[in-house]
Design a binder for this molecule. Structure first.
Ligand SMILES: [Zn+2]
Length: 459
């Protein structure tokens, strides 16, 4: 999986006391989950793997498609039911202050809950999920945690996503601070919104939820009271939960799994496997969904080599940059109306290249409109873009230019990252992602673009 040698070396050089600490905290988690009724019927245990870091296997049994991977009592999950049952946590939020124009997502609220419990754990060892908190990573490797110099070496698409995440997290944090006001911790007397809940901690908690939560149908949860305290604060549904231990399963694009509540249990079942069986000690994977490497990187902080669900997305800005940099294309004139038309009709959404399927429909239409059409009146553009005429096959040279342009751009970004004195883990993962994109695009070029050498001479 997507970790670089560099990252691996750094992890290997971390002191063994960290590993020992993690092992102890996992041991404590086993004990707690067993006390809550977990049988571990599939005999799972955690291991450290070279490719993925921590993951799960069974020491004793093998698995075939159709087998249950884990059956965890719903009570072990941290869900809306957990938050609604926590009187102290609810007490921090005065319902009268809820504002329908300042709602937060459930993910944002669970992140707040984690941060709250973390303080109780550190301040007075009074968190009832303290054992779980000890098993959580202290940092995450999404580009969100890149340093500013690293971010400056990343592509527009990654940067845009990171900026959007940042805006969202800050907004939620401000709302939470306003709601909690000047309430203070009884253990240490510090005020929540000032001394205790820092933005830095909230960010880490937010990504703990982002990277580790599982989907569940919240309507199947048994709530203690039919009256929800948090509902007026929340936008959207509450269909997610943190799942201690279960969240140690890593993702694979090659397996199919389902997860659902069955009676008192949350059950994950293995539905499809690329091999006949998974043997004892081999890592067991689940599927987080059919996710591209871009999504895996920006939301989870890793990527997969040769990801079966991958495709490479391009933007209108990429095409505009390509025009500027290509001597032949830069000398032509392009009518403003064409770009306006593309934007207004959202033709620039869903522009991507796919290794097996080639160029997406919208990308083909957009390249055709920009490079092959003399017309710039909206009614004519409409006929071309949405008519049934199959005339978009002549964009091959431009597609080849575009792919070669992105390959070069990503190579330059990687080179810029290499010039930095050192990379954070996030920076190293992002760099390795860029190289995987280059590999993907090179393969695409070989399979779908004939006249590339032409382009290199012209640029
Ligand atoms: Zn305190």
């Amino acid at each position: 999986m997507g970790r670089t040698q560099r990252l691996r070396r750094r992890q290997a050089s971390e002191s063994t006391t960290v590993d020992a600490h993690k092992q102890n905290s996992l041991q404590a988690l086993y004990v707690q989950l067993h006390a809550q009724g977990w049988q571990n019927s599939t005999q799972l245990s955690a291991h450290s793997y070279v490719q993925t870091g921590r993951g799960l296997c069974s020491k004793r049994r093998s698995f075939v498609a159709g087998d249950e991977l884990i059956r965890l009592p719903v009570e072990c999950l941290i869900s809306i039911a957990t938050l609604e049952a926590d009187q102290a946590f609810k007490g921090l939020f005065n319902k009268d202050l809820f504002d329908k124009d300042a709602r937060i997502s459930f993910q944002a609220l669970i992140a707040c809950y984690l941060m709250h419990q973390k303080h109780l754990h550190d301040c007075s060892q009074s968190s009832h999920i303290g054992v779980y908190l000890d098993t959580l990573p202290r940092s995450y490797t999404t580009p969100y945690f890149c340093t500013i110099p690293e971010l400056q070496c990343l592509p527009e698409s990654v940067l845009e996503r990171t900026v959007a995440q940042n805006r969202q997290i800050r907004d939620y944090y401000e709302i939470l601070k306003t709601l909690v006001g000047s309430q203070y911790c009884e253990g240490c007397g510090q005020r929540y919104c000032q001394e205790i809940w820092s933005l830095a901690e909230y960010r880490v908690a937010y990504f703990a939820v982002n990277t580790r939560s599982v989907y569940l149908n919240a309507r199947l949860l048994k709530l203690q009271s039919s009256k929800s305290h948090f509902q007026p604060l929340l936008s959207g549904n509450t269909n997610l939960a943190l799942a201690p231990f279960l969240d140690l399963f890593n993702h694979s694009d090659a397996v199919q799994t389902t997860a659902e509540i069955q009676g008192q249990d949350y059950v994950v079942t293995l539905n499809g496997l690329p091999i006949p069986e998974v043997k004892p000690y081999d890592q067991l994977y689940i599927s987080y969904g059919a996710l591209t490497n871009f999504k895996l990187l920006t939301e989870y902080g890793f990527w997969l080599k040769g990801n079966a669900h991958d495709y490479f997305e391009v933007s209108l800005l990429d095409i505009e940059h390509m025009i500027k940099l290509n001597k032949t294309l830069a000398t032509q004139t392009y009518h403003r109306n064409i770009f306006k038309f593309i934007r207004e009709h959202n033709l620039c959404d869903q522009m991507f290249v796919h290794l097996d399927d080639g160029c997406s429909h919208n990308l083909r239409v957009v390249l055709h409109l920009i490079f092959k059409q003399q017309a710039y009146f909206p009614n004519l553009l409409n006929q071309i873009a949405f008519g049934d005429v199959d005339q978009f096959d002549d964009v091959q040279p431009e597609l080849a230019y575009l792919v070669a342009h992105k390959i070069r751009e990503y190579q330059i970004f990687a080179g810029e990252l290499d010039k930095l004195p050192q990379l954070t883990e996030s920076g190293a993962v992002a760099r390795s992602y860029l190289m995987e994109c280059v590999r993907y695009l090179n393969n695409f070029e070989a399979a779908h673009c004939a006249s590339v050498s032409d382009f290199h001479n012209k640029e």
